[in-house]
Design a protein around this ligand. Structure first.
Ligand code: PMP
Length: 308
C-alpha cells in the first residue's frame, strides 16, 4: 500500500509523524515560504516525472532569501530528498510535493529575525485542480503589492489574498479568479499566471505586476518560441483587453495549462480553446510526463516500485 512520507526536522518519516506544535511561529503568523511540485505519473515507463524539480527548489531558496530565512539544505540535497520521498511513498498516480521553509520556533512575537527555521517536504496524491476549461471573473480583491507582501516570494501568508479571491469566484459560480493590481492592471489568478493571445502573440503581465514568476509560464513561453515560433510579450494588460482577446489560458503547477473560455460573462474567442492554446497544451502535457525527448531534462524520474 502506498504511504505518504515526509522530510521533517532532518529525517524522512511517515507523514503522520510530521507534526508541529500550536505555538509554531509559521502557524501563528504565516511566516513560511513554500513550493508546489507536480509528480506526473506515466504508466508507459512506470515512472513519476517530477516537473522542473530543481527550478522549484531554487525558487524556494530565493523566496527564503527575501524573508531572510536560512535554508540549511542545498538545492541538490532538496532534490534528492524529493525523489526519495516519492519513491518511498510508492504512489503510481499523479502526486504533488510541498516543500516548505518555515519559522519553526515556538515563540510568539511578530518578526523574522532571531528565530529558527526548518525545512519540510511532504507528498500527497493530487488529481486535476481546475476543470478542463475555466470560466473566470475579475476579483474584487486586488493582488497584494510588492510593497506589502512580495508576491514573487511564495509566502504562505500571502495565500489569504488568493483564498479570498478564489472563494469569491467559486461562490459566484466561476472556476477561478483573475486578480488586478491596486492600479487596475491584470496580475494573475489565485494560483496561476495568465496569458492572452492577440495578433498571433502571447501576452502576459510583467514581473513588476505583482505576479509569482511562474515556472510553468516560463516553460510554456519556451515551448511557444521553440516549437510554434510564437513570441511572448510581457506588458501591462487592462481588464477589458481580456474581453477582446482571441485566446486566454492560465498556467500553474496545480492548474497545468488551462484554457479560459469566459471572463466576466464575455465569451473568449469562439468559446472553445483556440489554436495556439490547444497546440501548446498538447506539447506541454507530453513534456510533463517525460514523453518529449527534447524536453526530458525538465523531468526528474522517480521510480515507483510496482505494486504486487
Ligand atoms: N501565481 C501564483 C499566485 C501561484 O500560486 C502559482 C502556483 N505556484 C503560480 C502563479 C504559477 O507558478 P508555477 O507555474 O511556478 O507553479
Amino acid at each position: 500500500m502506498p504511504t505518504s512520507y515526509a522530510y521533517f526536522q532532518g529525517n524522512v518519516v511517515p507523514l503522520e509523524q510530521a507534526k508541529i506544535g500550536v505555538m509554531t511561529h509559521a502557524f501563528n503568523y504565516g511566516t513560511a515560504v513554500f513550493e508546489g511540485i507536480r509528480g506526473n505519473w506515466n504508466p508507459d515507463d512506470q515512472t513519476v516525472h517530477l516537473f522542473r524539480l530543481r527550478e522549484h527548489m531554487e525558487r524556494l531558496t530565493r523566496s527564503a532569501k527575501i524573508l531572510t530565512m536560512e535554508v540549511r539544505d542545498s538545492v541538490d540535497r532538496l532534490c534528492e530528498l524529493a525523489v526519495e520521498i516519492v519513491e518511498r511513498s510508492g504512489f503510481s498516480e499523479d502526486v504533488y510535493l510541498r516543500p516548505m521553509v518555515y519559522l519553526a520556533s515556538e515563540q510568539l512575537g511578530v518578526r523574522l529575525h532571531n528565530l529558527q527555521s526548518d525545512t519540510l517536504i511532504f507528498l500527497t496524491p493530487f488529481p486535476a485542480y481546475l476543470p478542463e476549461v475555466a470560466r473566470c471573473h475579475t476579483s474584487t480583491w486586488r493582488r497584494v503589492d510588492d510593497t506589502g507582501i512580495p508576491p514573487r516570494a511564495k509566502v504562505t501568508g500571502i495565500y489569504v489574498n488568493s483564498a479570498l479571491a478564489k472563494t469569491e469566484a467559486n461562490l459566484n459560480g466561476f472556476d477561478e479568479a483573475i486578480m488586478l493590481n491596486a492600479d487596475g492592471h491584470v496580475s494573475e489568478g489565485s494560483g496561476e499566471n495568465i496569458f492572452m493571445v492577440r495578433h498571433g502573440k502571447l501576452i502576459t503581465p510583467t514581473p513588476a505586476d505583482n505576479i509569482l514568476e511562474g515556472i510553468t509560464a516560463q516553460s510554456v513561453v519556451e515551448l511557444a518560441a521553440s516549437e510554434l515560433g510564437v513570441e511572448t510579450v510581457q506588458r501591462q494588460i487592462d481588464r477589458t483587453e481580456l474581453y477582446i482577446a482571441d485566446e486566454i489560458f492560465m498556467t500553474g503547477t496545480a492548474a497545468h495549462l488551462t484554457p479560459v473560455t469566459e471572463v466576466d460573462r464575455r465569451v473568449v474567442g469562439s468559446g472553445r480553446p483556440g489554436p495556439i492554446t490547444s497546440r501548446l497544451s498538447q506539447l506541454f502535457f507530453d513534456c510533463i510526463r517525460g514523453k518529449n525527448e527534447k524536453y526530458r531534462h525538465w523531468c526528474t524520474p522517480a521510480r515507483v516500485p510496482v505494486a504486487q
